[in-house]
Unconditional design. Structure first.
Lengths: 480, 328
């Protein structure tokens, strides 16, 4: 029996989960096509919704110059509290307000910031809609959202409508209609919405991107990425994920929830939305065994999880084709015993990069012609040094102490710099929507027996145009 | 101004204002049928990371109107070019030209010498009647190495008393310095090959004595008929294209390659055997007696009327270069 979580807004359920739920219940899945449907003829193939009169693209639109970036944070659990300190540490950035449904968390984070010598932010909390009151403040330029997934769309949209720029943790939304609505809302409000895709700012990932642009890979033909992280212990923890929100997603959706950490760097290296685009996605899923097996061995009888049935496959794999004939494999597995990996592999006509495979400090290995011959892997270290992104050269030392190996701080520093200097975002709403589209599309494809489904073109045709992105030119942080 | 149709990944996208046609400056005089279509590529701004615009101009030098003109541009391997090709609607009159603007994704400028080659192709009906034409622009940047030894990055010869530093083949094996000397290939020795007087690297055994060909540019000055390379190969496909840069800014290129140091025909890739040794040094000492390990020469033609300034080595890690010199 699939049970819903009361806190989940109906819209989220309709977007990301009902297809799975319906399928699991033996009902006709929403949007599911007949088995005889041609590849790519799924719901996503529908034409892009028309822009309203006057609505324009946000591609290439710079931020207005902000002397100081004033950040508000919604969601102060593990992620939000840590990132609050990170935002406050960036030169020219101030956390002006914090919000959590649990008011005590807002107070704690505010006190932590004061303890770190930062100004005390305004505190909001105590109700599910406390954030709405916070968004009415006029001393907020950027809203950072780190709540459970089911709230991302609603809160991100509300922040845009309140006239704020938004950085949203993964995924920005779980339904195609939601993703389109965020694109439209960004275009209508002229505010940017960005997926907090910190791994896109990883040192290896950025070097890989620069090597792709240099032509080290020759013509890039394929890439693999994903999120392979044994979260079983945390998923069954009674304290880590508030109200077990993340585990409960495994009871109601077959989606590849969180592959963006591996998908996004590969998409960037392939210039997705900047000359290429993802066109079709087909998904496979292994049986959901991992969580039940873990529960059987390690979770006491009587624990609330024993009333749950897990439907999310242990390994959900999405094969994504691009307009330029490339293939991306994006994997998601958080319920199997295994060491951590985001895979990070990119290959082309002249060589290959593989992360999480080498023995050097970088953790990566390579093989490129003409530098290499003899069919043996080589150390990535000299390449990372040669192709090190300017962000890591500039602030790598500052970032090293930050979360996730420094990626969090690089993302935060760069975001603040872009806003303070009035530059075009590295990651925009179109990237964010594209990278999150596999969440609902994997559900659709699995419901169709793994048949390919079309990936929407959120740029509405502008993907053909080359344009800068994460491989940016060095610029200075404006002086404080 | 004409509209143009952009082809990309099988899709056809109509784009306006990417193509401009220019009329002849004066009334075009009748042209000889032998006049070729000229395809020119504009200079490329290589100050990346950036998106640079590159204009390709196709001049109709033929006697007929040029129809169904399609223009494409290809950059260095792996560089994105938008569009890959563009079709010019309408016709280009004799003496007139059409130009198409392409956008190229330029990476961050690299330290060291680079050659970036952009090749434009035009296919058409009418015009000079040939049906197609090409134009190339080679953009150079960075400094040229003063001498080949500055590019030495591999230990190819070791003493039989200390074989550990060697790694000619990527597996820790190397030439025996003693046996090379017996074949006339001792440090600093003159080596005559294919008409050139080369010098065997004047370094002690166990030192870096050869350059793995990775596209390095090395100063080589003089005039002559051939540029001779001294070296040997790893694998079966140790071959590539060497580019000769002349003092007047022009360049020529030619194929060059070496057979595998032990088990390939000595004339593979067109090479010439220079010297042979019996056995080789392995990580644990001298061994493989009875097997020949060899050094070769290969040459590319030069324009004898122009002064050579530098050579860009091929980009093939199987090629190991011990020396280079100009032959009369």
């Amino acid at each position: 029996m699939i049970r819903e979580v009361p806190e989940v807004p109906r819209r989220s359920v309709l977007g990301g989960a009902v297809a799975t739920g319906a399928l699991a219940l033996g009902m006709g899945a929403l949007g599911a096509a007949p088995a005889s449907a041609a590849p790519g003829s799924g719901p996503a193939e529908q034409a892009a919704p028309r822009r309203r009169p006057g609505q324009k693209t946000m591609i290439g639109v710079p931020y207005a110059v902000h002397r100081t970036v004033r950040v508000a944070v919604i969601g102060l659990g593990n992620r939000g509290s840590g990132m609050s300190a990170g935002w406050a540490a960036v030169p020219g950035c101030r956390v002006t307000a914090v919000c959590d449904i649990r008011a005590d968390r807002a107070k704690r984070v505010a006190e932590d910031l004061v303890g770190a010598g930062r100004p005390r932010p305004a505190e909001y909390g105590g109700a599910a809609d406390s954030y709405a009151a916070m968004l009415r403040r006029d001393d907020i330029d950027l809203v950072y959202i780190a709540t459970p997934w089911e709230f991302h769309y609603e809160q991100g949209r509300a922040a845009l409508l309140a006239g704020k720029h938004v950085v949203v943790e993964l995924p920005v939304a779980t339904g195609l209609d939601e993703l389109w609505d965020l694109v439209d809302t960004s275009e209508r409000t002229r505010r940017h919405l960005m997926l907090a895709e910190n791994c896109s700012y990883g040192r290896n990932e950025l070097a890989m991107l620069k090597m792709a642009h240099e032509g080290v890979f020759g013509d890039v033909t394929n890439g693999h990425g994903g999120y392979l992280h044994d979260l079983r212990e945390l998923l069954f923890s009674d304290t880590y994920y508030t109200d077990a929100w993340r585990r409960l997603w495994h009871t109601r959706s077959t989606a590849s929830f969180y592959a963006m950490h591996g998908l996004a760097p590969i998409a960037a290296a392939m210039d997705v939305n900047r000359g290429d685009r993802m066109t079709t996605l087909s998904a496979t899923a292994t049986a959901p065994k991992g969580l039940a097996d873990y529960r059987e061995r390690f979770v006491p009888r009587g624990h609330p999880s024993w009333r749950e049935k897990y439907v999310n496959g242990d390994l959900v794999t999405c094969l994504i084709e691009t307009a330029n004939g490339r293939v991306i494999r994006a994997e998601h597995d958080v319920s199997s015993p295994r060491p951590y990996s985001r895979i990070n592999s990119l290959a082309g006509s002249r060589g290959i990069f593989e992360d999480y495979a080498g023995t050097s400090a970088t953790g990566a290995r390579v093989y490129f012609e003409p530098d290499h011959s003899g069919h043996s892997w080589r150390d990535f270290a000299p390449y990372r040094k040669e192709f090190d992104h300017w962000l890591w050269k500039k602030i790598g030392d500052e970032a090293e102490g930050g979360g996730h190996g420094g990626m969090d701080y690089v993302l935060q520093w760069r975001t603040v710099q872009l806003m303070r200097a009035g530059l075009v975002p590295d990651i925009d709403v179109y990237d964010s929507a594209s990278w999150c589209a596999p969440v609902p599309l994997s559900v659709q494809s699995l419901a169709r027996g793994g048949r390919p489904v079309a990936v929407p073109d959120f740029t509405r045709g502008s993907w053909v145009n080359l344009r800068p992105g994460l491989d940016s030119r060095m610029t200075e942080m404006p002086p404080v | 101004m004409f509209s143009v149709v952009l082809r990309r990944a099988g899709a056809v996208v109509a784009v306006a204002a990417a193509v401009a046609l220019t009329a002849p400056a004066a009334v075009a005089a009748p042209r000889a049928a032998a006049d070729r279509t000229a395809v020119a590529v504009s200079p490329v701004d290589l100050d990346g990371p950036a998106i640079s615009e590159v204009r390709v101009t196709v001049a109709n030098a033929g006697p007929e109107r040029m129809r169904r003109l399609s223009v494409g541009l290809k950059g260095p391997a792996g560089w994105a070019v938008q569009p890959a090709a563009a079709r010019v609607e309408g016709a280009v009159r004799p003496g007139a030209a059409a130009s198409v603007v392409f956008r190229v994704q330029v990476p961050e400028r690299r330290p060291g010498f680079t050659l970036r080659t952009f090749t434009a192709t035009a296919s058409y009906e009418g015009g000079d009647g040939r049906g197609s034409g090409t134009g190339t622009r080679v953009e150079r940047s960075g400094a040229v190495l003063e001498r080949l030894s500055d590019a030495f990055d591999n230990v190819g010869a070791t003493s039989e008393s200390d074989t550990a530093p060697g790694d000619f083949d990527g597996e820790g094996n190397s030439f025996s310095a003693q046996r090379l000397a017996a074949a006339g290939l001792s440090p600093g020795a003159r080596v005559d090959a294919l008409g050139a007087a080369l010098t065997w690297p004047d370094v002690a055994p166990g030192s870096r004595d050869n350059a793995i060909a990775r596209g390095q540019a090395v100063k080589v000055e003089g005039q002559g008929g051939r540029l001779v390379f001294l070296g040997s190969g790893v694998g079966y496909d140790a071959a590539g294209t060497a580019t000769v840069l002349y003092a007047d800014g022009s360049s020529t290129s030619g194929a060059v390659g070496f057979p595998n140091w032990s088990f390939q025909e000595a004339t593979a890739h067109g090479a010439t055997l220079v010297g042979s040794t019996d056995g080789r040094n392995r990580p644990d000492g001298y061994g493989d007696a009875g097997v020949a390990y060899r050094v070769f020469a290969h040459a590319v033609e030069l324009d004898p009327g122009r002064r050579v300034a530098a050579v860009v080595l091929p980009a093939d890690a199987g090629m190991h270069v011990f020396g280079v010199a100009i032959a009369p």
